[in-house]
Design a protein. Sequence first.
Length: 288
Amino acid sequence: MKTMKLYHKIVLTLLSIYLLVPLVATLLFSLAGKWDHTILPEYFTWQWYGELLTDHRFFQALQRSLFLIIMTVVLSIVVMLPTIFIVTVYFSRWERLLQAIAMLPYGIPPIVGAVGLLKLYSGGPFQLSGTPWILVGAYFVITLPFMYQGIRNSLRTVNAVELVSAAELLGATKFQAFRKVIMPNIMPGILVSALLSIALMFSEFALANLLVGGRFETVQIYLYQKLNKSGHITSAIVITYYSIIFLLTWAILKLRNKPKLNMRRFNKEVKTVVKSESKNSLIKGEHI
């Protein structure tokens, strides 16, 4: 057992070093004033972050990226959550077909998908080429596997079929069972799926560059344009980018823990009610 624990610690340490060294090097380069012939920077400066944070293009690109991400995540949850729930609980024979459709984006390269979308929406009644709405649709498609797997696994974990049956036996309607019983129990899975989708959309470049390009500049396109101008500013963009992802991850994980706290409070309240009712029944029994 000790040997296995030591092996696991060594593997985790090596993996952490492998993942953190590039990020630390990028952070040092974003703070370096001069770093040519020494192991560490000769001096540090906030100049590159100052130039970045005073650039209006960066904030506009960040706002556009956040707009696309929020729109896509909301659309994915609104469409996929009731669809997966209905198919899982009431039409289980169609579950394999839904899974196959949701997993299709894994087999379509982004460049091939972008070329197809450009040909389809460059003319005709729906001229969406070059607009952010075509990018929202493309992001919705590429996040389908993450949304499907996260929501479906949560429904399996809580055994949604039995929960809905129990709620309906107690007099709840189908909508009430979904809203008051299923939703609170699968909320952690929904938040994790949203987090994975956000991370994917923040790192996606091919679709954004081919579908909208400079007409709707996102953080990825802004980073690409700054790549050949200054390595220091590019490193500052990457660190800022990771910081935003870290804050979003922290916020979503905090929301993910709230249902657990609410369930603990609910269980405590149920226990106190049961104890009080048992005491009242004993008192009534003694008087009888």
